[in-house]
Design a protein around this ligand. Structure first.
Ligand SMILES: Nc1ncnc2c1ncn2[C@@H]1O[C@H](COP(=O)(O)OP(=O)(O)OP(=O)(O)O)[C@@H](O)[C@H]1O
Ligand SMILES: [Mg+2]
Length: 399
């Protein structure tokens, strides 16, 4: 029996099937082909498939509908969608529906292979889980990839993200703690053409100045005491990809100046280096501070702020986007019910009223913790979230 990974290619164009099949076989995978969604579904019934790569526009069922069926029938099978340029919003919708990733046509074979590779890797723990507890696995792919955006404010933000993902424009993400700033940074990367390249993240708050500087820019051997070997910085590691600088409001002045230069000239020197290093990096930064106020009190450079906020995405607090509360609850209930062997899945009207009334100072992170706690509090067999599953402070705040 072959141990090769099995990749099912679904496309109505024979030439595309041939090119992909030849390339996948060469890559050491077992490529299977279907010329329609119906044929693909029939094959999935009969044979084991580790990943599906599907075209969107085909006679009969579309690739999007195929993806939805697979999410229902074979939730452990990752689906990668090939879509035409200019239909990104639908592709994003597909990702929200649980698709693993999408590639735009005309595609670059290497990119497709990298994405399939990561889908195959990501699939391994999932299928192991599916075997361990077959009933709970349903919807896993969806749960892990979901970006909940039901409120008008978040829908608008999702649109902005779609629009800016592919540009090199720097994005500043602001919002209270726990509103999803890092999630947005990752989504920008995932939806960009850089998605097969690295996403590198660092928090500026966690490190003292000298360490932060060498982490960001790297150093040469002997640049300072203890620098026994040369080391590339995170900027270099993020080359071709996306660099996420979290808590940007905390960076000290000298590093602000160096950062400004990277943005302007796309180059910098490692500590102790004489020659500059060039990088192609998309910078996304985040803060829960008011940077304009920091500029006013002289701790943040205005010219840097301009460079950072080419696009600004402000995430509203959870209490300002009530429509997201229920879907977020259901999303986290599904996740933690599966983890804790519980069945909580829906939210009762009484519980929802309490959740709507609560101010959520910790935003989505707090809501996530609350849902995790609720699944633990619930008895097995209980399917509906009730007020008794919520902390006392939420049960009293509505009064
Ligand atoms: N739109 C969303 N849909 C689903 N889950 C989300 C969404 N936004 C945030 N989350 C989840 O909420 C939690 C907090 O998100 P994240 O870490 O991105 O917040 P943050 O704004 O970076 O917080 P902090 O300021 O504390 O660093 C994470 O578990 C994340 O997965
Ligand atoms: Mg964060």
């Amino acid at each position: 029996m072959s141990q090769k990974k099995r990749v099912l290619i679904v496309d109505d164009e024979m030439n595309i099937r041939r090119i992909l099949q030849a390339s996948f076989d060469k890559n050491g995978w077992h490529a299977m082909i279907a010329d329609s969604a119906d044929m693909a579904l029939a094959m999935l019934e009969r044979e084991s498939v580790d990943c599906v790569l599907t075209d969107v526009t085909m006679p009969g069922m579309s690739g999007y509908d195929l993806q939805k069926r697979i999410a229902e029938l074979h939730p452990e099978t990752p689906v990668v969608i090939m879509t035409a340029f200019g239909t990104i919003p639908q592709a994003i919708e597909a990702i929200r529906n649980g698709a693993f990733e999408f590639v735009t046509k005309p595609f670059d074979l290497d990119t497709v292979k990298k994405i399939i590779q990561s889908a195959l890797e990501g699939n391994e723990p999932k299928s192991a889980k599916a075997k361990a507890k077959p009933k709970k696995a349903s919807g896993d792919a969806k749960v892990e990839r979901a970006f909940i955006a039901e409120s008008p404010a978040m829908k608008e933000i999702l649109e902005t993200i779609q629009q800016v993902a592919d540009s090199r424009a720097t994005v500043l993400v602001t919002g209270e703690s726990g509103t999803g700033k890092e999630v947005v940074a990752r989504l920008i990367h995932t939806l960009s053409q850089r998605s097969a390249q690295p996403f590198v993240a660092i928090s500026c708050a966690a490190l003292p100045e000298t360490l932060l500087e060498s982490e960001l820019f790297g150093h040469e051997k002997g640049a300072f005491t203890g620098a026994d070997t040369a080391k590339p910085g995170r900027f270099e590691l993020a080359d071709q990809g996306t660099f996420f600088l979290d808590e940007i409001g905390d960076i000290p002045m000298p590093i602000q100046i160096k950062l400004l230069r990277v943005l302007q000239e796309r180059e910098f020197e490692r500590l102790g280096a004489t020659k500059p290093t060039r990088v192609d990096v998309r910078l996304v930064t985040a803060t829960n501070r008011d940077l304009q106020a920091a500029v006013d009190d002289g701790t943040f450079r205005l010219d840097l702020l301009y460079r950072l906020q080419v696009v600004e995405i402000h995430l509203p607090a959870l209490r300002e986007r009530q429509e997201d509360i229920k879907p977020l609850c259901e999303h986290f209930l599904a996740k933690y019910s599966a983890e804790n062997a519980r069945e909580l899945a829906t939210v009762s009207d009484e519980a929802l009223a309490l959740l709507h009334a609560y101010p959520w100072p910790g935003n989505i992170r707090e809501l996530e913790n609350t849902m995790e706690r609720a699944t633990v509090m619930a008895s097995s067999g209980e399917q509906e979230l009730l007020p008794k599953h919520l902390p006392t402070k939420m049960r009293t705040s509505a009064a």
